[in-house]
Design a protein around this ligand. Structure first.
Ligand SMILES: CC(C)(COP(=O)(O)OP(=O)(O)OC[C@H]1O[C@@H](n2cnc3c(N)ncnc32)[C@H](O)[C@@H]1OP(=O)(O)O)[C@@H](O)C(=O)NCCC(=O)NCCS
Length: 343
């Protein structure tokens, strides 16, 4: 077996476009392989942006694995810059025909070395597979690979999906059921950037999602709560062709205590994504989680059908969020297992 060559996909190189396309071809083939019902790959323009446009909140590097000139593997290193500065997210993908020949290990070695050189001590990865895979994925190559490299499971998530549009009568019924419980709050929905007058309050709440949602054994900090960081993330979404719909809940005093966001990519008319939903802990128990989601779906659908389906990921232990999603009609299609290792 000839040796594997691992090369960076360098945005400064004249061959960047071609190299990125080769990287993406591997990424897409592996992500779609055997997972017709649950794969949710990033569109190429999104990957191009996060690999080539520097931001203050994220650094991403891509590497291509070749053998005798043929692309056989793809690696991605994704580093948060404004919080979680000891953390690195890695993705390792190897074409099925090239597996068990050391390609994945060679890629992971480069990613871990680069992560360490950039001051990272905690490396996280994700393994995704369909809901029908037996034994919670015990025989999944990604999990066996991760374990063989010293990674432990930190948390497991379900991916759920819902066909769109959601029946308007169901949204009306759920909204009516929730309304008496949150009469003291005002719901506000909009599409696009957070309005200036809400930005500081929004950023403070949304930055806590990573720590407020169940994180299992993962060691994660909140994100940068500044408005500047919020605006930078919004600008990245615009470059990537992603539109967002928000709904928030405000108290009579104007505190912003709940939010939800749905993201729609102009590059994917099949699938859009339900991102974070958070109700501040001292305002739980008023059906605000359901209320903001229902209001957001109404706003989304008022603007026309965004995609054929919507996907969302929740920790398997997140019973409250799961119950809300199931009321809306979401059903389980896949699993995502998050693994981690100290380096
Ligand atoms: C996981 C993946 C990257 C492994 O790539 P690979 O090139 O086959 O990995 P390697 O050949 O370097 O395997 C290293 C070790 O991992 C373990 N391993 C990997 N795949 C395995 C499998 N299917 N069954 C049992 N052990 C396996 C073995 O210990 C293997 O060493 P060995 O072949 O000497 O026994 C590849 O299967 C893949 O792309 N899967 C889908 C994406 C994914 O889940 N990525 C991992 C999360 S980031």
């Amino acid at each position: 077996m000839s040796s594997v060559l691992i090369t960076p996909v360098d945005p400064a190189s004249a061959s960047f476009d071609a190299d990125l396309q080769r990287w993406y071809d591997v990424y897409l083939a592996v992500t779609l392989d055997g997972r017709p019902g649950d794969a949710a790959p990033w569109p190429l323009p999104e990957v191009r942006d996060f690999v080539s446009t520097p931001t203050g909140f994220r650094w991403c590097g891509a590497w291509l694995a070749t053998r005798e000139g043929e692309a056989v593997g793809a690696g991605l290193l994704d580093l948060p810059l404004s919080s979680n500065r000891t953390m690195a997210n890695v993705s390792v993908l190897v074409l099925p025909a090239a597996r068990r020949t050391g390609v994945g290990s060679a890629l992971l070695e480069v990613l871990e070395r680069e992560a360490a050189a950039r001051g990272r001590t905690l490396v996280l990865g994700e393994v995704e597979f369909g809901i029908d895979v037996p034994d919670e994925g015990a025989a999944e190559p990604g999990l066996l690979f991760a374990r063989s490299h010293g990674y432990a499971v930190g948390q497991a998530d379900f991916q759920r999906r819902l066909d769109l549009p959601v029946d308007a009568a169901l949204l009306d019924r759920l909204a009516a059921e929730a309304a008496p419980h949150h009469a003291a709050y005002e719901l506000v929905s909009w599409r696009g950037p957070v309005p200036d007058d809400l930005a500081a309050r929004y950023a403070a709440l949304a930055s806590q999602l990573l720590v407020e949602a169940p994180t299992g054994d993962l060691e994660i900090e909140g994100e940068d709560p500044s408005v500047a960081a919020l605006r930078e993330r919004e600008a990245a979404r615009v470059r990537q062709g992603t539109s967002v719909w928000h709904t928030v809940a405000l108290t009579a005093e104007g505190e912003l205590v709940a939010h939800t966001v749905v993201a729609v990519s102009e590059h994917n008319r099949e699938l859009c994504e339900q991102w974070g939903t958070l109700v501040r802990s001292d305002h739980r128990g008023h059906r605000l989680g359901l209320a903001v989601k229902v209001a957001n779906h109404r706003a989304l659908q008022a603007d026309g059908p965004p995609a054929k389906q919507i996907a969302t990921w929740n920790a398997t232990v997140n019973d409250h969020m799961a119950a809300i999603n199931e009321q809306l009609g979401f059903h389980r299609v896949g699993r995502l297992v998050e693994v981690q290792k100290q380096i």
